[in-house]
Design a protein around this ligand. Structure first.
Ligand code: SF4
Length: 405
């Protein structure tokens, strides 16, 4: 980042902001182009993700998929692999699906209208505004959390910024500014102000180009704005994962096509709703029963996956029934099957927190298991790394297999 230049603040706030941006903007890879595809990729990556994190991903992604046709032609697993580590994987899946729509329905040209962009999965109002203003120079606001914070402070808005009324108010204020200066500059200037000056904590008001007319600064409210609605507490979920390895090949499971981390690969696992504290013995009992079903299916000559494995979502209710005496919890112990915990990791998503433990059966000779190859697959230790892995499983596998991250 260049040294910040003090602003003279002689014109309108929009003009002052635009002038400040021209002097102080950071040099970033996606700012060297007006190619709508490149801007689309960068704006999608930047959602919920820091610039420093995005830069290497953006560079690698653009050299692998330099245009929309290259992205449309790629297999989804490969795109997810390129995205691995950036999180919020629905962004990658939507980009991929949208690239195919651009090729099939728009002749490979990114649409330059709101209506056209609405047809693309994952392109919401913010990305529409960013693309239309930055790539096509149209006066369409791009309002994200950063812009809401800046404008809520600037206008002294005391209502929650996530309310529809405030979003509309901010959208309308940005719309007015967009009519005064180049949309391409104004949109990026607001983003840059939010990233460098009007930061979430301790804004640098003395360097701000619009400080002279900022309501929050005038009324000493910069530490109190923006106001946000209270979010429900993040749900904590225990996840029991199973390590089954035979002849150097590890059983892996592909997650369902919909929902969290859709389509990515993990160790076979169950999510356990933490409605009340769960004792490890109960978790083990469940894993044990799942494993035994898998082994029994093999003994019966079945190729299917037993019910315990067929469901990656197992709620606490099934535990509650068993706990109330319907099934003895020491059933698994009778088989002599025991487990060692060989890895554990905590991972925080926006709405849920996973506590994952990996269990390895000990003291028995594992049968060769036959599994549904669509969902479960035995993979060599080396080939695991070519699968798209959620970060939490990548870390677990690195620690279990003693591979450097
Ligand atoms: S003066 Fe301070 S609070 Fe107001 S917009 Fe500028 S940085 Fe944000």
């Amino acid at each position: 980042m260049r040294e910040q230049t003090q602003c003279t603040q002689g014109g309108s706030p929009a003009k002052d902001l635009a002038d400040w941006y021209q002097l102080n903007r950071r040099v970033l890879p996606w700012r060297q182009t007006r190619d709508p595809y490149a801007i689309w990729i960068s704006e999608t990556m930047l959602q919920q993700t820091r610039v420093d994190t995005v830069i290497p991903y953006y560079d690698a992604f653009m050299s692998t998929y330099p245009d929309v046709r290259a992205l449309a032609d790629a297999p989804e697993d490969e795109v997810l692999k390129r995205w691995q580590g950036l999180g919020y994987y629905s962004r990658a899946r939507n980009l991929h699906r949208a690239a195919r729509i651009v090729v099939e329905d728009f002749g490979g040209k990114i649409p330059d209208t709101e209506e056209g962009l609405k047809a693309l999965p994952g392109v919401g109002p913010y990305t529409q505004g960013a693309l239309l203003s930055i790539a096509f120079g149209q006066p369409v606001p791009a309002v994200d959390g950063n812009v809401l914070r800046v404008m809520a402070r600037y206008q002294g808005i005391a209502d929650p910024v996530d309310s529809t009324a405030v979003k509309r108010q901010v959208f309308s204020a940005v719309q007015t500014w967009l009519n005064e200066v180049s949309p391409q500059v104004l949109t990026q200037a607001l983003m840059e102000l939010g990233a460098l000056i009007c930061t979430p904590r301790s804004p640098s008001c003395q360097q701000c180009p619009i400080a002279a007319s900022c309501e929050a600064l005038k009324n000493d409210l910069t530490g109190m704005l923006p106001v946000k609605s209270k979010k429900p507490a993040r749900k904590v979920v225990d996840v029991a994962a199973l390590w089954l390895e035979k002849g150097g090949r590890v059983l892996m499971e592909r997650r369902p096509r919909q929902g969290l981390l859709a389509g990515m690969w993990q160790l076979p696992a169950w999510e356990l709703n933490r409605l009340t504290p769960i004792q490890e013995t109960r978790v083990l009992d469940l894993v044990r029963r799942g494993y035994e079903e898998l082994a029994a299916a093999r003994a019966d000559g079945e190729n299917g996956v037993p019910s315990q494995f067929a469901s990656s979502q197992l709620d606490y209710a099934s535990f509650a029934v068993r706990e109330s005496g319907c099934a003895p919890s020491d059933e698994g112990t009778q088989s002599g099957l025991d487990f060692a915990v060989i890895g554990q990791e905590r991972h925080i998503f926006s709405h849920v927190e996973w506590h994952v433990k990996v269990y390895r059966p000990v003291g028995i000779s594992l049968p060769e298991l036959s599994v549904d190859e669509g969902r479960y697959e035995y993979v060599t230790r080396e080939d695991i790394w070519s699968l798209p892995l959620p970060r939490v499983y990548e870390k677990l596998l690195q620690s279990i297999l003693k591979v450097k991250g």
